[in-house]
Design a protein around this ligand. Structure first.
Ligand code: HEM
Length: 322
């Protein structure tokens, strides 16, 4: 099935898309959740959702970063010199992602500690800015990878910021999607009026993404013709999801959330394929050495070791609790 046909790269592509979708869920919770908690702290509102979110944010950031490693590896296998060239061109401005993540991490711990409202606000504002910067950086590098026509001029001018017109609507599209994904995940820990509130946020997020998609088209963004089938599926999944949100507003503790989660997951997978379609032609063919390389025994051994270590840590924590 398109685009998963062919040899080695088809498997890598499928793994890339799946692991990227997982990454998107966690970082959406982090960016939208930090911004949500910040807004609530400004309103001085006694908000149980914000309190729960603040408590979970450091853990979710850890999950988001860990879940980013797998797509990062597949991305390098698929687009090799394009990814490395974009990295080198952006240089220190790209490298700034690492300190931004470290500062954001500490800010989240500070925000969940027992501190004054002023410090909490400052910590949440810092976290929001750091994660926004990281999201912007990923959007920019994604676009720069594909823009080989500007590489020479950018290098000659010593510019570190690409700044193409499609970047900002694309980022806005992501911010809307992140709000909806956050609302889906946060709803599982909420009930009654809280779920109603999150359902409204979920719908607002989708409206922002639709508006941003129109801006993106106006800025010259286009989907690849081959992805039409996936685009129709995406639209259908979003329509079902919207119906689920409305259902959740009417009956917050009913099955609406299950519908929203299923449709939202389907929309995310379809969206990753539609997002990837325009640059599929840039995938570098796998080299014969790479196709022949077989490291399955090593993979199996490290997999078993990894599972055993996680189980051991889990047991140690459970024993310590009891
Ligand atoms: C809170 C921190 C982070 C946020 C908010 C974030 C956000 C994003 C966003 C919005 C995109 C999509 C860019 C686009 O399509 O225009 C993206 C892509 C990606 N992110 Fe993250 N990210 C974060 C941290 C990380 C980390 C730490 C890693 C690696 C360990 C990572 C790995 C990736 C990869 C591999 C992609 C795909 C890039 C591509 O396909 O061009 N992310 N991220």
């Amino acid at each position: 099935m398109w685009p998963f046909s062919g040899e080695g790269p088809a498997l890598w592509l499928a793994l890339y898309l799946l692991t990227f979708a997982l990454h998107a869920v966690f970082v959406s919770y982090v960016l939208a959740g930090t911004a949500y908690a910040f807004v609530q702290s400004l309103r001085r509102a006694d908000d149980a959702i914000a309190e729960r979110v603040r408590d979970r944010l450091p853990f979710m950031l850890g999950c988001g970063i860990t879940a980013g490693v797998a797509p990062l590896l597949f991305l390098q296998l698929l687009y090799q010199k394009r990814f490395y060239t974009a990295n080198l061109l952006m240089g220190p401005r790209w490298g700034a992602v690492v300190p931004a993540l470290i500062i954001g991490f500490y800010a989240l711990y500070l925000a969940k500690a027992k501190v004054s409202l002023r410090v909490r606000r400052l910590a949440l504002a810092t976290g929001t800015l750091c994660f926004l910067f990281v999201a912007w950086s990923w959007t920019e590098i994604d676009q720069l990878m594909q823009a080989d026509a500007v590489w020479r001029d950018m290098y000659a001018a010593g510019k570190r910021i690409y700044g193409a017109s499609a970047i900002y609507p694309r980022l806005l599209l992501w911010l809307g999607a992140m709000l909806s994904l956050f609302a889906i995940v946060a709803s599982w820990w909420a009930s009654g009026p809280e779920r109603r509130k999150l359902a409204v946020l979920g719908l607002i997020g989708r409206a922002v993404s639709v508006g941003a998609a129109l801006l993106l088209v106006a800025a010259g963004g286009a989907t690849d013709g081959n992805a039409h089938g996936w685009l129709y599926l995406l639209v259908a999944a979003l329509a079902v999801e919207a119906a689920g949100w409305v259902w959740m507003i009417r009956a917050p503790d009913g099955p609406g959330l299950t519908l929203v989660t299923g449709a939202g997951a389907a929309a995310l997978v379809c969206a990753t394929v539609v997002r990837e379609a325009p640059r599929l032609a840039l995938i570098e063919p796998a080299r014969p050495e790479a196709l022949e390389a077989a490291g399955f025994p090593v993979f199996a051994a490290t997999f078993v070791l990894g599972v055993a270590v996680i189980a051991w840590i889990w047991r140690a924590i459970s024993d310590a609790k009891t």
